[in-house]
Design a protein around this ligand. Structure first.
Ligand code: HEC
Length: 126
């Protein structure tokens, strides 16, 4: 019996850490997304490849979390599609800048900002 209780406690601890590893898509999180997105636009404008690379890494990680959040939530196909498309754009922006093509990176950064808005149209409450 003692062993079973111990096992139960361990399982609960594991479940708890899985849940807490998952972020919530709230204002705080989104403000970080917004900061990185602005930083990305600025770095593209001043053709700072190193800066862009840092921004795309951050955005990529955040969009992976957004995608995971909506995958776990379920019934949010639009959010999933938009997150996937955004991650592709972020990837492509990184590649363009690596080959010094800041103009195409700039066009894709605008597409990325449009993707933010389309998710907000679907899912943002206010
Ligand atoms: C897949 C969906 C989705 C995508 C993509 C998305 N957002 Fe959001 N965003 C949300 C949701 C949902 C909220 C509302 C969160 C809340 O109020 O709890 C939000 C809220 C915000 C807010 C408001 C925070 C505040 O202070 O009230 C900002 C700013 C924001 N997002 C920026 C961005 C930017 C910039 C991008 C793109 C780079 C982006 N978001 C992409 C879903 C998304």
């Amino acid at each position: 019996m003692r062993k079973l209780v111990a096992l139960g406690v361990t399982l609960l601890a594991v479940a708890g850490s899985v849940i807490s590893a998952q972020i919530d898509i709230d204002d705080d999180f989104m403000r970080n997304v917004e900061d990185s997105n602005k930083s990305l636009a600025n770095h593209i404008a001043i053709k700072n490849a190193k800066g862009v690379s840092g921004d795309t890494q951050e955005l990529s990680a955040m969009f992976a979390q957004i995608e995971a959040f909506y995958a776990a939530k379920g019934d949010a196909q639009d959010a999933l599609d938009i997150s996937k498309k955004s991650r592709q754009l972020i990837d492509e922006i990184g590649k363009s800048v690596a080959s010094k093509n800041f103009d195409s990176a700039n066009v894709m950064a605008s597409d990325l900002s449009r993707a933010c808005k389309s998710c907000h149209n679907f899912y943002k409450k206010s």
